[in-house]
Design a protein around this ligand. Structure first.
Ligand SMILES: NC(=O)c1ccc[n+]([C@@H]2O[C@H](COP(=O)([O-])OP(=O)(O)OC[C@H]3O[C@@H](n4cnc5c(N)ncnc54)[C@H](O)[C@@H]3O)[C@@H](O)[C@H]2O)c1
Length: 432
């Protein structure tokens, strides 16, 4: 049967369904559409479904040109899991958040598996792209196969392939970045290889499914630890009156054994603040507490508070009147509109709590909700800048007019080093 699946992939007769059409699932669906694969999509957000049925993308990096397909074939997109019956390959791209106690929250995946039980049949392929802890894909399969009808490698195929989507990145994309694929058996690996070879330039097959799961956690723990190191170096340098940006610029000239990471107001998004905690949890279950990853995570998540305290100290804010504060950028990183776990929103929250007036400008985010209160992005015009006492740069989007900001002569706190290349720094600008 697996030969039939391989043939279908080869001859572009395969039916691929994606569950979860968010930051990972929708671009993946677009990639298959570009290759003229017969694709289906499931999402429980009815607004997203109706947008796709109208041929409209809701993500800036996914083009309407491809999504229009669903205007022609509205039956291929739904919130109903029965669509799964039509699919040869099911790819799950659902969120894997943390519980309040920072342990894995697998409830969305469990709910999906419960729905899949009704419709999954023999000779289908199940692929997980959501980030999970090692062993989770096979655990999910056990939940799916509680009646033991399915036999991996014989009449069913199980694969894990971590997503490396880097929204907002203009340099690296799936066109140049290899795709890691792990399968439960060699047949699963072969199917995974031929499917992803359709849409990725290079496919790296791991020796086991757990290696693929673990590789994603290594990638994101690597970033967590290195960002943590950059933040710690900044805090040390400050105490020695050394500019961290000059230090990084110097260290970066080393062309071997060093990769530069930047300090900032903390990490955000759906990966760095979360994935390393999946690893910490899984490791603790094996009676080992990872100290380095744990410490980096704590340091990075404390950064918004550390920066707010430094601003208070610098401004002597507590003693003075309430201030008007303008935030530049509220997305968790440059050139995206994603505010999930964004350090800027934590900082805004604490200034509002102290009674200051906060506004923001972000070309990618039109509104945010803080304290049940909605704030709307304001245009970066003189009038809006001038009404403020302080400007805090929290996201270094490329399309912001920083010259206009520095020319305002307002007190500016730069958490991202956007002015690091200025030969002479205005007295009103502080790296913080
Ligand atoms: N965003 C990234 O850059 C990125 C990169 C690599 C890996 N990941 C991982 O990929 C996974 C998905 O992340 P994302 O950023 O795409 O999440 P997302 O929140 O953007 O998208 C998830 C989608 O699933 C839908 N959904 C939620 N519950 C559902 C359910 N029960 N049934 C059907 N649809 C449901 C939501 O409406 C949403 O459209 C996560 O595990 C994440 O850690 C994300």
């Amino acid at each position: 049967m697996y030969k039939e699946i391989l043939n279908k992939i080869k001859n572009n007769k395969i039916k691929v369904g994606i569950i979860g059409l968010g930051y990972v699932g929708l671009p993946l669906l677009e990639r298959f559409l570009k290759k003229k694969v017969n694709v289906f999509g499931i999402d429980n957000d009815l607004k997203k479904i109706s947008s796709l049925k109208n041929g409209k993308s809701y993500l800036p990096n996914v083009k309407n040109k491809y999504v229009k397909y669903f205007k022609k074939y509205p039956d291929k997109i739904s919130s109903n899991y029965s669509l799964v019956k039509n699919m040869d390959i099911i790819i799950i791209c659902l969120p894997t958040p943390l519980k309040i106690n920072k342990t894995p929250d697998m409830e969305i995946l469990y709910g999906c598996i419960k729905n899949l039980r009704k419709f999954v049949t023999m000779n289908q392929v199940l692929i997980l792209e959501s980030t999970v802890y090692p062993g989770a894909t096979e655990e999910l399969f056990k939940r799916l196969n509680y009646k033991s009808k399915l036999n991996i490698g014989r009449n069913f195929y199980l694969i894990f392939s971590p997503e490396r989507e880097n929204p907002g990145d203009k340099k690296f994309s799936y066109k140049t970045t290899p795709k890691v694929v792990g399968g439960s058996t060699s047949k699963c690996m072969e199917i995974g290889y031929s499917l992803y070879k359709k849409i990725a330039k290079k496919v790296h097959i791991t020796k086991s499914i757990q290696v693929a799961e673990m590789s994603k956690l290594l990638e994101n723990s690597y970033r967590e630890v290195n960002i943590g190191l950059a933040n710690e170096m900044k805090l040390i340098s400050e105490r020695m009156n050394i500019n961290i940006w000059d230090v990084i610029q110097a260290a970066k000239t080393k062309n071997f054994g060093f990769s530069a990471f930047n300090p900032g107001p903390g990490t955000g998004g759906h990966c760095i603040p979360i994935d390393p905690m999946y690893l910490v949890w899984a490791s603790k279950k094996k009676n080992f507490l990872p100290k380095l990853i744990w410490a980096s995570s704590r340091l990075n998540s404390s950064m918004p508070k550390v920066i707010v305290n430094k601003i208070y100290k610098k401004m002597n804010l507590l003693k003075k009147r309430k201030k008007n504060i303008l935030f530049i950028g509220v997305a968790y990183k440059k050139n995206v509109g994603d505010v999930r776990h964004s350090p800027a929103t934590d900082m805004i929250h604490s200034f509002i709590k102290k009674g200051h007036n906060v506004s923001f400008h972000d070309p990618y985010v039109s509104e945010i909700k803080i304290y049940k209160k909605k704030l709307y992005s304001e245009d970066l015009i003189k009038k809006n800048i001038n009404k403020n006492d302080i400007i805090i740069i929290t996201t270094d989007h490329d399309n912001i007019n920083y010259k206009k900001i520095s020319a305002s002569k307002k007190i500016i706190f730069d958490t991202r080093g956007v002015f690091k290349n200025n030969k002479k720094l205005n007295k009103n600008i502080f790296f913080i």
